[in-house]
Design a protein around this ligand. Structure first.
Ligand code: FEO
Length: 395
């Protein structure tokens, strides 16, 4: 997408990737993505903030050419992952006088991932400032959003905070700014937070505090749109990273012959009667991103699996593995299992979920097709969930 000026002498020079379907060969990209790169023209020096995925290098190069950029003095690398750093070698080739400005940890990653020579780096630390003559950049280390070396950059005179993945979203759009379309922006940002940032909730909280004192007019991440009302995304992040959960149950299930889904349907009916929001996900056809979004603030997660190969169904094991890896703030977990002649599904699931620090409500395990006493056991499970939510003060 063509270069555009976002503030005087600050240009968007990144690329929209309308067609990309998967990120990390795992995350479905419902709306594509973008790799945002920003060119800052100073009176004395010119600077580029992040580059683009190697698949879009030519877009970045063309944007710089069309702007008439014949000198880049600094390339700020806020994060070493290749969707932002992957075009640095090409930019260094085209602008050989440029130096890569980054923190010491990021330098080591860039040397390892992109084979950039040691002589090309200028190292900055938390609070270091860099002058372009009339514009000043201040670097703020914001580690673990979502790698250990991540940092943000504050352009003081223009009050722009560049944040790379932090506050990002996998959205390709011809509109650079969020503007009034806040619902779409927040949905994309919540999906991104859920899939990528959620395991790092604690460091993100610290990083939010770190940027609180800054006067910010624009938050410019390196994925998705630019926030022209920064408080929108900052406040959303405060909510998502807080300890608060909602009166909601996420159900992850799969059924081979109808027994498990019969139990799940009973559970849904019970919970709905108790005014609890229910979000069921059949793992056979679920969107991983929507499950992740649901996990951001659900108080309870119930995993329902038939027994297969003497244990948890492999597709349910995959969903449970993701749940565990995303480390949401879930307060309560339970398990429903159906079997014909035995198995270890419940023990296996408990083992897979070892990183989720939630209280386990007694699982329900039934033999064969659900009978009255089995459905009664589900009623009891629903009642226990309701009481837990009540005690937690969310009903
Ligand atoms: Fe958008 Fe962690 O890279």
């Amino acid at each position: 997408m063509t270069a555009r000026e976002i503030k005087k002498d600050v240009f968007y020079v990144g690329a929209q990737d309308w067609d990309r379907e998967l990120f990390d060969e795992l995350i479905p990209l419902a709306e594509g993505t973008s790799y945002n790169s920003y060119f800052v023209k100073g009176k004395a020096k010119n600077l580029l903030i992040d580059t683009v995925d190697p698949a879009k290098t030519e877009v970045l190069v063309e944007n710089l050419k069309n702007l008439g950029v014949n000198r880049i003095d600094y390339i700020v690398s806020q994060h070493a992952e290749q969707d932002h750093s992957g075009s640095i070698p090409k930019i260094l080739e085209l602008y050989p006088q440029a130096k890569v400005v980054t923190n010491v940890k990021c330098k080591e990653f860039l040397k390892s991932l992109l084979l950039i020579d040691e002589s090309k780096f200028i190292i900055v630390d938390d609070g270091t400032e860099l002058s372009l003559g009339d514009k000043t950049l201040k670097f703020i280390l914001t580690p673990w959003v979502h790698w250990p070396e991540t940092m943000s950059t504050y352009l003081k005179e223009d009050k722009i905070l560049f944040t790379c993945d932090f506050f990002g979203s996998h959205v390709a759009s011809s509109e650079l700014f969020v503007g009034d379309n806040t619902a779409r922006a927040l949905e994309g940002a919540k999906r991104y937070y859920a899939e990528i940032m959620m395991p790092f909730r604690a460091p993100i909280k610290s990083n939010l505090k770190k940027i609180e004192g800054l006067e910010v007019e624009l938050i410019a991440p390196s994925h998705g749109q630019i926030y022209d009302k920064p408080e929108l995304i900052v406040e959303a992040y405060r909510r998502w990273t807080s300890d608060a959960v909602q009166n909601k149950v996420t159900i992850v299930y799969l059924s081979m012959h109808g027994s498990t889904v019969k139990m799940v349907e009973r559970l849904i009916d019970d919970l709905v009667k108790m005014n609890i929001v229910v979000e069921p996900f059949n793992v056979v056809k679920m969107d991983v991103g929507k499950l992740a979004i649901s996990l951001v603030d659900s108080a309870t997660v119930v995993i329902a699996t038939p027994t297969m190969l003497v244990g948890v169904h492999p597709d349910v094991a995959y969903a449970a593995y993701l749940f565990n890896a995303l480390r949401p703030k879930t307060k309560f977990i339970s398990i429903i299992n159906t079997y014909s002649w035995g198995g270890q599904a419940i023990d296996q699931l408990k083992e897979i979920l070892s990183s989720v620090k939630a209280e386990i409500i007694d699982p329900v395990s039934i033999n064969g097709y659900p009978k009255d006493q089995d459905l009664n056991a589900i009623d009891e499970l629903s009642e226990k969930i309701f009481m837990k939510h009540k005690k937690a003060g969310i009903v």
